[in-house]
Design a protein around this ligand. Sequence first.
Ligand code: ADP
Length: 483
Amino acid sequence: MRILFLSSEAHPVIKTGGLGDVASALPSALKNKGEDVKIMLPAYPSVLEKVPWIDEGKDIGKLLGIAPARLRNSEMPDTGVPLILVDCPLFFQRGGDPYLAPNGEDWQDNYLRFAALAKAGAMVAEMPDLMGWHPELIHAHDWQCGLLPAYLPRDRNLRPATVFTIHNIQFQGIFGKEILPSIQIPEDLFCDRGVEFYGKVSFIKAAVAMSDAVTTVSPTYMEEVKKDAMSGWGLDGLLRARSENFHGILNGVDYSKWNPREDNSIPHNYDSGCLHIKPENKIALQAEAGLEQNKDVPLIGIVSRLAEQKGLDLVLPVIQNVVLSGGQIVLLGSGDPGLEKEYLHAAASFPGKVAVRIGYDEGYSHRIQAGADFFLVPSRREPCGLTQMYALSYGTLPIVRRTGGLADTVVDMESEHNDNMQGTGFVFNEATSADLMATIERAFNFYRDKKSFEWAQWRGMQCNFSWENSANSYLELYYRHRR
Ligand code: ADP
């Protein structure tokens, strides 16, 4: 099937979070199954820099009547999945983050920038001659691509099937009604079956209302967002109404990138058959992070956006107790300036025990996964979460809160399903520092029993969250909706 993946990011050419991983791994898995997939992305500077080649493309005039643009063919540097790039300098030739201006605020014209991306996607579908290829189905992602179905022809026979995935319902793309003329959405779509949401324009709501099928990234998160207005950020009612066509499909792990046997970002490769090598990564990590080098202290790794959603404020009050219990913490993250400051302060207060690096560093994130004993994800809300699955494949036991995809992927050591046979990590229920600390203590006690610990590491490494399974679920959905 000809499938167009419309996304605002895809690793390795541009990535700010889990969406970037998904938007590159899923198309690659589909391509390996023989599907004719292309990814469509904005031509940000980092994308133009990282692709192996790019053609001249086609002039598509001015997007939204103001921004001259070309659609250019290229391909992903690692997987060879074909790319269609929206080369529109006015909107996308900007340094730094795809969504945020240098002052940390959203780019003021994000509604125009991402309306233009969706519009370009619709043009490829509507004009078969434009790229010499047109999709039978478009799979669009998150609010940035939410207007896609609003730009497609209304006649069902003239439009491709549409699937929309919610990676995080918190980010919705809500703007005042006055933007309608500038984004070229007709007034009659400002309605309950269109873009209107409590008197405003919502990009995500448009997609939820107008796509043939809607998915989100784990079964538990799907149930959570349907539950009530708070969990569903106001979209719960619509999602309940769309239940029949709303599905929770767990994200997968790209094991070609996240596999300790072949990972060239880590100093000592290993697998579940030679777990005795893993502590050498721990010593190397401790050295790199400036922690005391000791194989026998429990080391907790954290790699995360620093945001309220991720629950990292819950960790700050327990850092002292972790250190008093003999543990170490290594954190890599960036985001909320207040949290950044507090973590740096914690590192300064416990030198050799707590190491904090503010920033984004792909290689270091791999070395933390390989070197830590535990990997902490204390999220308040977590649609799927990838890092706990990476941790499992590195034999690093996850400590997670029971929410969204974390609940779907980590089996608590003491759960009724465990029988000491299936536990892969430690799961706590309440988003409180007390519950978190009690669980860390439980994990540290477990750590002392080396044999049980190694067995649990081994079990985690046998988990298979490969894209193969998720890709099959998506394909089933695609074929169900293809016209
Ligand atoms: P989210 O998309 O909500 O940020 P996920 O767990 O789904 O969370 O995905 C986060 C991805 O971003 C993972 O691949 C993780 O390793 C990566 N990541 C997050 N913060 C950093 C960072 N500071 N440096 C490197 N990688 C990071």
